[in-house]
Design a binder for this molecule. Structure first.
Ligand SMILES: Cc1cc2nc3c(=O)[nH]c(=O)nc-3n(C[C@H](O)[C@H](O)[C@H](O)COP(=O)(O)OP(=O)(O)OC[C@H]3O[C@@H](n4cnc5c(N)ncnc54)[C@H](O)[C@@H]3O)c2cc1C
Length: 481
């Protein structure tokens, strides 16, 4: 019997697992997919928001500003990559100015840090490639960028290193409440737990319905993006938002943590929760809208498009509560943007909720280790450091992904850590091998070979990300004897 079982290993479930791992509890983290961060947490803008946007008084507002403040310490402990680059909401006319002033006031109430209203010259000095038409902007010094999947992986890995039992490929298909515990049905053996935390993202309404909670639905709203090569990264230094209008929020332009230019997202309600296609029509709209802020990006430098789905709840705010009807069942649902920013603060609050509910007693662990071992990313090392590393471990001198400069050593490290992985995308999200200009065109065969050598999985059985997504399907030439 577990004390607490968390359903869903996105950023929310993983942050909660790590925070609870600070206490003497038996904890289980269930994930239906083959890796953590396989849902919305892998495909979003990767922005740690300042906290001025969400309406004062909402849960989004409360947890966003708090979450933002926790990132510096988390980066020190988990080494996932975080930089406070600042953000601008840019305005072109008097109407935008009014909206920007209202955002500023809202931000002060929300306790957002580092806000000021600035003129077009201030913006241009920092962002010379933006439109000449900008008259005013809301600058937020505390906003930052992260790689969202690396953050989620870091949280989950540190949780596992501190005793959390992570079960991948484990889909929850039913939950039964007994007198003093829950029985969670999966396709493997049922799991028993005193407390259940529902962090299933887009599917959190489905999980809640399993115990008879039917007062919210999750509606997926898709956001499509265009990602450019790093050659375009210099066009922006910080995060550039457009002023929200009645027609929509506009699109942002950002240099991602790893230095690519990215524009997007669009905003369209869709039917299927798992539909992450992109469409030519929407991508063209994103490009058109982004030109208003940043007129001169080069479309020849686009390397890919992608999309992620927001888990919008019919309650129009985050749902963070223990069910009154079903004590011990905690919903963390409807976590749309700024869920990434808010995740660390939500996780701390969940610990307070568990403590207050008196369902289990919380004793701090004496041996919790907040530190996660950093990767040796050869692309970020100076020649002296790199030479020393290669002397000791020659595999760091063999470059597998030429676009992103990823070595064999990094891939082997990823394959040997505490979260067991065996897919191409899992390697990609930990090392960046395959993320570059050629999108895996050159390095895929080499990565397959390393996976085979390290884990013994035949190359034809290695999947890209989901069950059956094989990469190698047969031989192109028969051997003649
Ligand atoms: C387009 C877009 C842009 C965004 N930009 C930002 C941003 O810049 N900054 C920011 O702060 N926020 C942003 N967000 C919001 C942020 O991405 C989300 O709030 C956050 O990723 C939600 O995390 P989650 O853990 O709740 O969901 P998920 O990451 O979806 O995790 C839920 C997990 O539950 C698993 N699961 C589902 N059903 C089951 C089951 N039956 N059994 C077991 N496991 C199950 C899923 O496989 C999944 O891994 C953005 C979102 C989108 C879509």
């Amino acid at each position: 019997m577990f004390d607490i079982c968390i359903i869903g290993a996105g950023v929310i479930g993983s942050a909660i697992a790590r925070e609870l791992a600070k206490y003497d509890l038996s904890l289980c983290l269930l994930e239906k997919d083959q890796d953590v961060s396989s849902g919305t947490s892998k495909a979003n803008s990767g922005i740690v928001h300042g906290g001025y946007d969400a309406k004062y008084g909402t849960l989004k507002a409360k947890f966003c500003a708090r979450g933002n403040q926790l990132y510096d310490q988390l980066e020190k402990e988990l080494h996932f990559g975080f930089r406070r680059v600042g953000s601008f909401v840019i305005g072109f006319d008097d109407q935008d100015r009014k909206t920007i002033e209202a955002l500023y006031e809202n931000g002060l109430k929300n306790n957002a840090r580092g806000l000021k209203i600035v003129d077009g010259d201030f913006v241009k000095k920092r962002e010379p490639y933006l439109s000449d038409q900008i008259q005013v902007a809301l600058y937020c010094e505390s906003a930052g960028v992260i790689s969202p999947y690396e953050f989620t992986i870091a949280l989950a890995e540190n949780a596992v290193d501190n005793g959390v039992e992570l079960r991948l490929n484990t889909e929850v298909v039913g939950i039964h409440k007994q007198a003093d515990h829950f029985v969670i049905k999966t396709h493997q053996k049922p799991i028993q737990s005193k407390v259940v935390i529902n962090a299933a993202g887009l599917y959190s309404d489905k999980i809640a319905k399993m115990v008879g909670i039917e007062d919210f639905e999750i509606q997926p709203k898709r956001g499509e993006y265009v990602l450019f090569d790093k050659t375009q990264g210099h066009l922006v230094n910080s995060i550039i938002f457009q002023t929200p209008t009645e027609a929509g929020k506009g699109v942002l332009a950002v240099r991602t943590y790893h230095g690519n230019l990215m524009i997007g997202p669009s905003s369209t309600y869709i039917e299927e929760k798992n539909n992450v296609n992109t469409t030519a029509e929407t991508i063209n709209e994103v490009i058109h809208a982004a030109r208003k802020s940043l007129p001169n990006f080069d479309l020849k430098e686009v390397i890919t498009t992608f999309s992620g789905n927001r888990a919008c709840s019919t309650k129009h705010d985050f749902i963070i509560e223990e069910s009154k009807k079903i004590p011990g069942f905690i919903n963390i649902a409807g976590i749309e943007s700024p869920g990434l920013t808010a995740a660390p603060a939500i996780a701390q609050y969940v610990v307070e909720m568990v403590a207050a509910s008196h369902l289990i007693s919380l004793q701090q662990k004496s041996h919790f280790n907040p530190e996660r071992r950093p990767y040796h990313h050869v692309s970020e090392m100076n020649p002296k450091e790199l030479n020393e590393l290669i002397q000791k471990h020659p595999e760091y001198g063999r470059i597998i992904c030429r676009c992103e400069t990823v070595s064999e050593g990094e891939i082997k490290d990823a394959l040997s850590r505490s979260i067991p992985i065996n897919t191409l995308d899992a390697v990609k999200r930990r090392t960046r091998a395959g993320m570059g200009r050629c999108q895996g065109g050159f390095c895929t065969p080499k990565i397959l070979e390393i996976i085979y050598n390290e884990l013994g999985i035949p190359v034809e059985k290695i999947e890209k990300k989901t069950a059956g997504s094989y990469i190698v399907v047969g031989r192109t030439k028969k051997a003649f004897h």
